[in-house]
Write a protein that binds this ligand. Structure first.
Ligand SMILES: [Zn+2]
Ligand SMILES: [Zn+2]
Ligand SMILES: [Zn+2]
Ligand SMILES: [Zn+2]
Length: 386
């Protein structure tokens, strides 16, 4: 009997100790099992943003190795410890792969790398003033990561495209130096020459590499516009059914859509996809303010007809035709709605002739559509920039 009572006491004691254990709060970690890494200071919120999957600067943190938190030495929590270790492992593997794919090709200081939910960004742009703030390279890396995700989200929203219709990740390499782009651009895209300003691969992998030519991209805003223009081409090409439209007489769509998102997100149109040789650095059309320029040409009876516009490839478009490509996309998206324009894109990407696609979606043809477009320009475009 004494033995039974003794055993009972031991069990009871064990239960009491356990209960005390679980109700006591660890004063160091508040019983979370981990403590926020103190090395990131005010940058912590940026690293924890939902647009960040991995950041090379965080992964290289000597204290947390990218987990952004450290194990609490005071209390044991195996689940938390495991998840910290898992996050560190994933970050380490990711960065090793990025260094191998990008950095190893150039003999330079390491790149900054960022993985967002849909983009892999490699980056060496120098610190720059953005608005009133001076941002260092790491801060700009995050800013461009957010800009890329914003562009993709806006593309989906405006054109009413489901997320599943943009299935592929895009690789974006933003180089400060021409020599890095000269190596990486051709290696990653399989295209172009070492002295290009930007190179794109538009399927089955989606890559954009550029360098910051100050003659055409003098400040952060210009770089942002350049990125929006070029990555729009990647999104438009990968949108299901995947196809590059620029060389199938659909240059007006290919360029018009890229210009339209440039204007929507960064205020004007300053980027053109010409053959490199034809484009002087910094060349442009009407300071990027195209609505008044189009209105003036329409008033003067010098409008480019849709029939002419829709027979050209991207690299055959003149400056004026670029502006009309933009205006036609503006007309169709703004006046007729993104969903219809998406339907037009799906049809021409399925190799439907422009004439048949216009009839199906808008009940128009390449001649009659001018009759709607020209009055719309007069009613909606002012002669002076806003
Ligand atoms: Zn603790
Ligand atoms: Zn970071
Ligand atoms: Zn850390
Ligand atoms: Zn373009």
């Amino acid at each position: 009997m004494r033995f039974v009572v003794g055993l009972f006491c031991v069990l009871w004691l064990a239960l009491v100790v356990r209960a005390q254990d679980s109700s006591a709060t660890c004063r160091i970690c508040q019983t979370h099992g981990s403590v926020v890494c103190g090395k990131h200071g005010r940058e912590l919120a940026r690293e924890q943003s939902p647009t960040v999957v991995h950041c090379s600067v965080a992964v290289e943190c000597k204290v947390c190795a990218g987990a952004l938190a450290n194990d609490c030495k005071q209390c044991a929590n195996p689940t938390v410890e495991q998840s910290l270790a898992q996050r560190q492992k994933l970050g380490k593997e990711w960065l090793a792969k990025r260094r191998q794919t990008i950095d190893a090709l150039t003999a330079r200081e390491p790149f900054h790398h960022l993985a967002t939910p849909h983009f892999d960004l490699a980056f060496t742009l120098k610190p720059a003033t953005v608005g009133k703030d001076k941002l260092d390279t790491h801060a700009r890396l995050h800013l461009f990561g957010e800009r890329l995700e914003t562009l993709r989200a806006t593309f989906l929203q405006v054109l009413e495209v489901p997320d599943a219709d943009l299935p592929d990740r895009c690789t974006v390499v933003m180089n400060e130096e021409p020599k890095d782009h000269g190596i990486l651009g051709p290696r990653l895209t399989g295209l172009g020459t070492a002295n290009s300003v930007g190179l794109k691969l538009m399927g089955p992998e989606y890559v954009f590499s550029m360098w910051n030519d100050k003659r055409s991209l003098p400040d952060d805003e210009a770089v942002h516009r350049n990125l929006v223009h070029n990555v729009t081409h990647l999104l438009l090409s990968q949108m299901k059914p995947a196809m590059f439209l620029g060389n199938r007489s659909h240059g007006w769509i290919d360029e018009g859509v890229a210009h339209w998102f440039e204007d929507k997100l960064v205020g004007k149109c300053t980027n053109f996809c010409f053959e490199e040789v034809l484009m002087m650095p910094g060349a442009g059309f009407k300071g990027g303010q195209w609505r008044p320029a189009v209105r003036k040409l329409v008033d003067e009876g010098k409008a480019v007809t849709f029939a002419a516009l829709s027979s050209r490839n991207t690299d055959q478009l003149t400056f004026v035709e670029h502006a009309f490509a933009f205006a036609y996309v503006d007309f169709l998206v703004t006046a007729k709605g993104g969903a219809k324009f998406r339907d037009l894109l799906r049809l021409v990407k399925s190799k439907t002739e422009t004439r048949d696609a216009l009839a199906k979606v808008y009940g128009n043809n390449p001649i009659t559509i001018d009759g709607e477009f020209l009055p719309w320009v007069k009613a909606n475009y002012a002669l002076l920039p806003k």
